[in-house]
Design a protein around this ligand. Sequence first.
Ligand code: NDP
Length: 445
Amino acid sequence: MNLEKIMSDLEKKHPGEVEYLQAVREVLESIEEVYNENPQFESAGILERIVEPDRVLTFKVPWVDDNNKVHVNIGYRVQFNGAIGPYKGGLRFHPSVNLSILKFLGFEQIFKNSLTTLPMGGGKGGSDFDPKGKSNGEIMRFCQAFMLELWKIIGPETDVPAGDIGVGGREIGYMYGMYKKLASEHTGVLTGKGRNWGGSILRPEATGFGAVYFAQEMLGTKGLDFKGKTVAISGFGNVAWGAVTKVNELGGKVVTISGPDGYIYDPDGISGRKIDYMLELRASNQDIVKPYSYEFPNAQFHQGKRPWEVKCDVAMPCATQNELGFEDAKKLVENGVMCVAEGANMPSTPEAINLFIEKKVMFAPGKAVNAGGVATSGLEMTQNTMKLSWQAEEVDIRLHQIMKDIHAQCEKHGKQADGYINYVKGANIAGFLKVASAMLDQGVV
Ligand code: NDP
């Protein structure tokens, strides 16, 4: 593999798509060795084919606000790779959404879905629509307008979108309602559905729960667990709240959460009533971080800062991409962090990751750590196909087992001679090998 030539060709073809190029480089660097050991990959053009999406749909989403003003957003669906199953991946509604971000997320999703052991291909979609400050009616009209285009290319055996940043149960409900009307069918076309109409129990908290199960496995390799550990978490969205809840259950103490404007440090720990309080604020679309510091006076709000300056044993970035840079990593290492598990997608910059690996800090990437979300979506698809609804215990047992399996795959492919587990390498190689061999079996398509 001529990595630099591949990257420079890609940069020429897709100039300015920074996040996508960053994600591709990270994967190619990790798989270079196994790729070179298997000349059949080269002759089948696996690399050239895997880095380009199968197709990308972009569309206009016109909608009318409460004051009868017309707005136009852009909608996207990136169907990246369908070698091992229907395209699967979330929809993100956020003003920062562009093609580069969705291609990076769709590319990562290929390997993440492969790691789950379930038959799901990789995809991602969304819009530059900003749900913040919008009324319920505006959200509904936007979701309906979005689905008016998207429904043409999705289906329960074709492409099954889910939630992501800015898309939770409410948005999935509005989109599903419109899909059902257009397609005249009740199917598992979206995951993250409500419990009364085909949703899986535990899906909302599955990503955070799964991330903590994965971190537990990481600690377990050193004979450790969460009991008595201090944990720094960023964000307080779908992923972070599940993680905060599970860390508490396993005996750890979460001391931070954050938002785009700063972070909260709560030396007493974030648990119980404090979590309920934040969930109430979140449900009514309100800011969480600042009000928390007014409600619980021992907590301090650090304006414009990130939680990584706090002394902790475990760090779990659960907010967004590139939220943990080199300087943050340096502070974490200086403060003796032992384990960094990414709940978000690509929250650490390449420089931060390299430092963790160089200093032999246990570090695992989002595609392994947060795969519990899409895995539970896969379990929702299975329940929809079987027209059955499993109990929480059954879903939780399966989720826990899947996270253990993902950890075992990372360990198998990432363990170095000195015993250190390079989870980035392990996750990329394990995810890649399964998809690449399916692509080989299926010919050049
Ligand atoms: P949410 O929108 O529910 O939560 C994101 C959280 O991060 C919010 O609390 C948000 O605050 C905060 N936030 C946003 N930008 C920043 C920033 N620059 N600095 C600090 N905090 C910030 O999203 P999710 O929890 O669903 O997703 C989080 C990450 O996890 C994303 O990378 C996503 O792709 C990934 N992921 C999500 C899965 C899921 O099941 N939801 C599955 C797998 C991965 P505020 O609300 O105030 O903006």
